[in-house]
Unconditional design. Structure first.
Length: 183
């Protein structure tokens, strides 16, 4: 192989590697599974939306004991559009502007995701038990895919519940050796 052929081969290989890198990076610019917290009937809830809503809700509505976990907020984000729609159908909707007004102690305007959660919370308080039961049935019929780091969606509880990783094996119960007679 001549020096010219070697240079061409190295350039071709370098170009192929660079192209593969560009393609890999461009795949990350969309909503990849690493950027997705959940998909609910085709509606994507991104990690960024979840992170912003969790941070803002913890800052605006601090809870004694422990902050809201991302999995709790994810459950609220999953339910929010359905609760808001049910309140509208029931003639008891709460406005987005009223929800935004609840964020009094944030240095900046809240994200749309955080506002959706508060609007749904306000709307949910206006619903009767029959509407709540209808919502639970609706949640059971949804196609919900959640990033495993948060758990799974339990439609009976209408929330995200932790899952136990299948690679974690419970320790066997400690057995107490029986007292055998000395020999």
């Amino acid at each position: 192989m001549t020096k010219g052929h070697l240079v061409k081969a190295v350039k071709a290989r370098t170009t192929a590697l660079a192209l593969a890198g560009v393609l890999a990076l461009s795949a990350c610019s969309g909503t990849s599974s690493a950027e997705t917290a959940a998909v609910v009937d085709g509606r994507v809830i991104t990690e960024q939306q979840l992170r912003e809503a969790t941070d803002e809700l913890n800052l605006a509505f601090p809870r004694e004991g422990r902050p809201y976990a991302a999995s709790e907020i994810l459950g609220l984000l999953i339910r929010a559009p359905y609760v808001n729609e049910a309140a509208t159908k029931a003639g008891r909707p709460q406005s987005e502007s009223a929800a935004r007004a609840e964020f009094k102690n944030l240095p900046e305007a809240p994200s749309d995701a955080a506002v959706d959660v508060i609007q749904a919370d306000m709307s949910g308080q206006q619903l009767d038990e029959a509407t709540g039961q209808a919502l639970l049935a609706e949640f059971g019929a949804l196609d919900i895919s959640i990033n495993p780091r948060y758990g799974t969606f339990d439609p009976q509880q209408a929330s995200v519940v932790p899952t136990r990783a299948n690679w974690l094996v419970p320790a066997p119960a400690a057995s107490v050796p029986s007292a055998a007679p000395a020999q």
